[in-house]
Ligand binder design. Structure first.
Ligand code: WTA
Length: 631
């Protein structure tokens, strides 16, 4: 990257272009649109298959698109098995650092051993192809091994973010009808132990289907273990059943790889389905091209594996590309605000991928913390989860990237599986824009009738064409999938993203934010309906509405409007009690910034809360169209 030109465009340097895996965008993009199936078939050739496909794309039953039909594969075949026969075998797959400073590393050979042992343990516990295994863990290597072990034997993993409460966990276990949960006694965060097994124990009391819990010892605390239900991983792994030889199950390309719960516009969280075949192709291709992966790269995606970013770009994408991944257990500011920068120096990290919230959070400590570490190994930076404000972009670019590392601002969703709008290292960059669609994707900003809006005008972001990483649907809820994503532009057959955006005259996309009731706090995706459900479980609350308000570090924060039950009085003590109630019953990430007690909530005549009116009032903005307001 050179300094910005007068129109604020950051041009890639000659060195970056010379070394880039993809050297040109426009022609390849045009080719990928005109020859979508051919483009994706060529990308699929980078992977290994037990059996090749008969058909690249079956679009006969939209929106249920099927990719690589007839093919046999397993994502583990590409993430681990095939590396055993190349020079990648002895390369490091994972360097992990615990918060207290302990370090563990695993070659691809060791990864194969760990995952095979774990897979054999799951099999011996009766886990079969198609079973859903819930994973609720701190960020330790076993979290990754557990995911891969499930995939290896054809079981479906459902990773639940470790910051969720026992109730949120139980909801997800029950919805998925999961019988097995993998956890740890706890993890380290900000110098303290965060208990996990005790949370799982409480969740299991609410989960009639739960039969087996496997626990990894991480923090060495006393936990309650029930005979016949609870097993320590270290006991199981020392038994002869845990052999390090395990065949990888041959899966159909469209068989389910994982469920991942995410929040939507209404109701309880929904489990998005991703499959072995199309997802493998999409994730490995986007990761290789956008992060320009080279054989000796050390790549760090500082997300949590419990979210889609971790699934796609900590675990599966990088491992399929044979990269060395870095993983860190704890808080970025522990014990000092340069923990991350120390890790960059310590491991010679080349690529760092994180969220605007993390960047803003570290930026506030000033330049001296990064400046006292050697960050010269960094070649590329990445951002995901929420729009990045130009100020944070520039700090990341100048102070962390020393003005030489292009920033890949990748726009995508749990549903899309991988990057949809993203720069490539060769793309001239505009701070705050994710630039242009990835190959094969037709993306537009439209009005309610589906007409493209003018340059720089706000509209609805839609995806017009299928892509291999797209979700196969919502687990057990076909109709909801159609209603949420495919009904607004049914006539056109377009996918509704839930985001509003602008496209400028150069074809660059600028994401504005969610138009539905999804709240993005620190890049984490939460649903207003789930938050409100927890609020009204408190005896003092009759009704509530949760909205997102801007926050300087977190991007957004949760603000709650609540109607009190008769006999309760609005005061500070009750507000604190309700905030604690949210933290206990949903998890620390759902902690509201403030609660406003009201007598009434604005509603439509059909009884839907008009959250946009609450938001406008809270921000002191005009109410907007009130024609549907009931009162
Ligand atoms: C938002 C996270 C602006 C967006 C991968 C999207 C972004 C939602 C960006 C999906 C970005 C994600 N710029 N906004 N680069 N990346 N978003 O499912 O609102 O947790 O719809 O997936 O995050 O959140 P999810």
């Amino acid at each position: 990257m050179t300094n910005p030109t007068e129109n604020n465009l950051y041009l890639p340097s000659k060195e970056v272009i010379a070394k880039a895996n993809v050297k040109e965008y426009d022609n390849l993009y045009a080719f990928s649109i005109e020859n979508r199936e051919q483009f994706w078939a060529e990308q699929a050739e980078h992977l290994g298959w037990y059996q090749k496909w008969d058909k690249v794309l079956d679009a006969s039953k939209p929106p249920f698109f099927k990719w690589f039909c007839g093919a046999k594969t397993n994502i583990v075949h590409n993430a681990i098995d095939r590396h055993q026969h190349t020079e990648v075998r002895n390369k490091l797959a994972l360097i992990w650092e615990g918060e207290p400073g302990d370090v563990r590393s695993f070659s691809y050979h060791a990864l194969n051993r760990e995952v095979s042992q774990f897979a054999n343990i799951l099999k011996s516990m009766g886990v079969k192809k198609g079973d859903v295994v819930t994973i609720y863990m701190p960020q330790i290597p076993e979290q990754i091994f557990a995911m891969l072990a499930c995939a290896k034997i054809g079981a479906i993993h459902s990773v639940v973010y470790g910051g969720f409460s026992h109730e949120a966990l139980a909801d997800r276990i029950n919805d998925a009808n999961s019988h097995v949960v993998i956890t740890a006694d706890g993890g380290f965060r900000r110098g303290k132990v965060v208990e996990m097994k005790s949370v799982v124990n409480k969740a299991m009391e609410l989960s009639p289907t739960m039969e087996i819990c496997i626990t990894i010892k991480r923090v060495n605390i006393d936990v309650y273990m029930e005979n016949g239900r609870d097993y320590w991983y270290h006991d199981l792994v020392s038994l002869p059943i845990a052999s390090s030889k395990c065949d990888t199950e041959q899966m159909d390309a469209n068989d389910t790889l994982f469920l991942l719960y995410t929040s939507g516009s209404t109701g309880r969280p929904k489990a998005m389905i991703h499959t072995h075949g199309g997802y493998s192709v999409y994730i490995s291709t986007t990761h290789r091209m956008v992060f320009d992966i080279k054989p000796d790269d050390r790549y760090w995606c500082a997300a949590d594996p419990g979210w889609i970013t971790g699934h796609s770009y900590i675990v599966y994408g990088p491992l399929m590309n044979g990269a060395t991944i870095i993983m860190y257990e704890g808080a970025p500011t522990y014990p000092y605000p340069d923990r991350w920068w120390k890790m960059v120096e310590r491991y010679g990290i080349n690529i760092l991928y994180t969220s605007p919230t993390a960047i803003r959070g570290l930026m506030r400590f000033g330049d001296s913390w990064p400046n006292r570490n050697d960050l010269s190994s960094l070649r590329l930076l990445g951002s995901v989860g929420e729009p990045i404000n130009p100020e944070a972009w520039r700090w990341y670019h100048e102070v962390i990237g020393n003005n030489k590392c292009p920033i890949m601002d990748t726009w995508w969703q749990t549903e899309t599986g991988g990057f949809m709008i993203t720069p490539l290292p060769i793309t001239p960059l505009k701070p705050g824009s994710g630039s242009k669609p990835f190959f094969g994707n037709e993306i537009a900003v439209v009005d309610d009738d589906g007409n493209e809006v003018k340059a720089d005008e706000e509209g609805t972001l839609v995806i017009k064409s299928p892509w291999p990483g797209m979700t196969a649907g919502i687990f057990k809820d076909t109709q909801r999938f159609i209603d949420i994503y495919w009904s607004k532009y049914k006539k056109q057959g377009w996918y509704l993203t839930g985001d509003s955006a602008k496209k400028d005259k150069d074809g660059y996309f600028w994401i504005i934010g969610r138009t539905d009731d999804v709240i993005k706090v620190s890049g984490y995706r939460l649903g207003s309906a789930e938050i409100e459900g927890v609020m009204i479980s408190h005896p003092a609350i009759v009704e509530s509405a949760a909205i997102a308000l801007p926050h300087p570090i977190k991007g957004n924060c949760i603000h709650i409007f609540a109607i009190l039950r008769n006999g309760y009085e609005a005061n500070l003590e009750l507000e604190h009690d309700l905030i604690n109630h949210m933290v206990t019953h949903m998890g620390p990430i759902a902690k509201p910034e403030a609660i406003t007690f009201v007598d009434q909530l604005p509603k439509t005549r059909s009884g839907k809360i008009m959250r946009r009116v609450l938001k406008a009032r809270a921000l002191g903005l005009p109410d907007g169209d009130l024609s549907t307001l009931e009162d």
